[in-house]
Design a protein around this ligand. Structure first.
Ligand SMILES: [Zn+2]
Length: 333
């Protein structure tokens, strides 16, 4: 019997075109793997070096660190947001109870389908400076989050270069003044570049390069805080993408507004949550070097930093790519 050549050809044609559609969720692992230990280390050895003088708000050292961040974005082909004139959002002294003028730093990857909807990925790049002649380099706090943003942005940009950019836009926000009172994120949310109504989520990263006393046996964990406070969707996204791509233990020990440490209120995501923007905080807990001069790069566990950065990337990716923005089904009050 002869093969029905024409039928087979048409059949194969339809088969292949339908495959092309259903498998358009391309291989995200390629971009996850661009987040590398060597890049994180290269960036952190500069951001948390003595040259940056502990990055205290408004100091020359902090400004130098800011220039390094901007140059890294430029080298990766990433620009400042539409509607801004450069990479800086100036935060005036008057807003920060007399601290010197300082700057938030922002970078932007425009979405392909819903560019007006924004996912914020935030980390503070200030630290506590020089105290009694000692430089507090803040490698974990929050050098770790700072360099995580650089790597997440690079991963998004590589996907975009391949024609697989995110549907929604991503705002990378390096905030200032955190250590003195969450000033940079407070200023941004009071003076947002994009309407807060279109800001669908904040993924905030503050201290993800170390382990705490509750995880002495393994660094394969991260505390998630706030993920389910405003939006069940956001919480499910975090759980689902972790299961699918990363498999780190999600620890909810501090995921309570009544936690006596009040961690939920102590980093920049809270200024977004206050405005009913679903927000999640990634955090490794505290350790003996917290706010000490000994918070140095040589104590960073880069395998953990890599994995947690990859988790933040896939959370942001999913938020930016899924059909619907996370529904706010609970209230901050
Ligand atoms: Zn701190």
């Amino acid at each position: 019997m002869r093969t029905n050549f024409l039928f087979t050809t048409i059949y194969l044609f339809f088969l292949s075109s339908s495959f092309a559609q259903t498998t358009s969720s391309f291989d995200l692992t390629k971009y996850i793997s661009t987040i590398s230990i060597s890049d994180l280390k290269t960036h952190l050895e500069i951001v948390a070096s003595d040259e940056m003088e502990g990055r205290d708000t408004g100091t020359e050292g902090q400004k130098k660190a800011g220039v390094y961040l901007i140059n890294t974005y430029k080298n990766n082909g990433i620009s400042f947001p539409k509607g801004a004139t450069d990479f800086y959002q100036k935060v005036p002294s008057a807003f920060m109870k007399g601290l010197p003028d300082s700057e938030n730093i922002w970078a932007f990857i425009e979405g392909s389908e819903k560019p007006e909807e924004i996912v914020v990925v935030s980390a503070h790049y200030d630290h506590i400076g020089i105290i009694d002649g000692e430089i507090y380099n803040g490698a974990d706090d929050d050098g770790s989050g700072t360099v995580a943003l650089l790597e997440i942005a690079q991963a998004f940009q590589e996907a975009k270069n391949d024609g697989h950019g995110p549907k929604r836009s991503i705002l990378f926000l390096h905030v200032t003044g955190e250590e003195h009172g969450l000033y940079g994120s407070s200023y941004y949310t009071e003076n947002p570049l994009f309407p807060l109504a279109n800001t669908i989520s904040d993924v905030n990263i503050d201290m993800i390069g170390r382990r705490d006393e509750f995880h002495l046996k393994s660094n394969n964990y991260i505390y998630l805080i706030g993920s389910n406070f405003l939006s069940t969707d956001l919480h499910n996204v975090c759980e689902d993408v972790n299961k699918k791509y990363i498999n780190i233990k999600l620890d909810y020990k501090y995921n309570s507004r009544k936690d006596p440490n009040r961690f939920y209120y102590r980093s920049d995501h809270y200024n977004f949550a206050k405005h009913n923007i679903p927000s999640v905080f990634l955090f490794n807990g505290v350790h003996d070097d917290y706010h000490q001069a000994s918070d140095e790069v040589d104590k960073i566990e880069f395998d953990a930093l890599q994995k947690r950065t990859q988790l933040a990337f896939v959370i942001a990716w999913e938020l930016a790519s899924r059909k619907n923005r996370p529904v706010v089904d609970k209230s901050e009050k």
